[in-house]
Design a protein around this ligand. Sequence first.
Ligand code: CP
Length: 306
Amino acid sequence: MKIKNLLGIRELESEDIIQILDTAALMKPIMETKNKKTNYLQGKILVTLFYEPSTRTRVSFELAAKYLGATTTNISTSTSSVVKGETLIDTARTLQAMGVDIVVMRHPMTASHRLLERHLDATIINAGDGINEHPTQALLDIFTMRQYKQRIKGLKVVIAGDILHSRVARSNIWGLTKLGAKVAVAGPSTLIPRDIEKLGVEVYNNVRDAAVDADVVMALRVQLERQKSGLFPSLREYSMYFGIDESVLEVAKDDVLVMHPGPVNRGVELPSSIMDASNSAIEEQVTNGVAVRMALLYLLTRGGDI
Ligand code: CP
């Protein structure tokens, strides 16, 4: 990998993405060993700096770093000096002054990581910036699709729901189209960004139409916290018209894979019967998130193949 930081999938070459996926496949067995411990990142210090809530991303980065032998620490901004008014740059510089090598940050502002990049020598990883990108989520999603389908090129992937507020959708669109998948997005017109088709995706306002012959259907979380005014009448109506139900999966391929980045609003984006069915990869996505983040930490901080 020629890059030191991961700020978005948009800036990755398809070869970089393949290298991360191939390395993650080598990392995954480490999670199944008794000790779950290597020394690839021995002596490195990783901090997770999250200005927004997280369970999967924060914990999986912490575990990935620990499995590779790094030391980890975590800042909850609500109990840090951020609440006393310390700026993002000063917070990051303070961490670097203590010897931190890798900063994994989630921040509500688009491109906030680019600001950090100008001020830090440490490796910076984007764990979600506003509605812009969530690159490690897309990498683990693509890894999971490849695990189940043995390929990405030519797959039809439908991303359904709140596309407007979804950094997961944007990063997946960048990554999947770079690797030759056909991507369709579906959702209420109020939740579809203007000009999204310029990213090379098909746009539908009816999820059943979008799902015809789909290999993968990915539902997105309805992000009520980012909506300033009602963009659909009610959650019940959203679920009726844009949730993934049996009638949507019926028109997809017989072996359609169901995915969701989590956290799921059970009964809104998906009913429990679909979320917990055998063709749901939702828990496997979480497992793969650790392997993909191990690969990324390894490649960004050490360079080269294993
Ligand atoms: N998918 C995802 O980013 O989950 P968390 O918000 O729990 O990290």
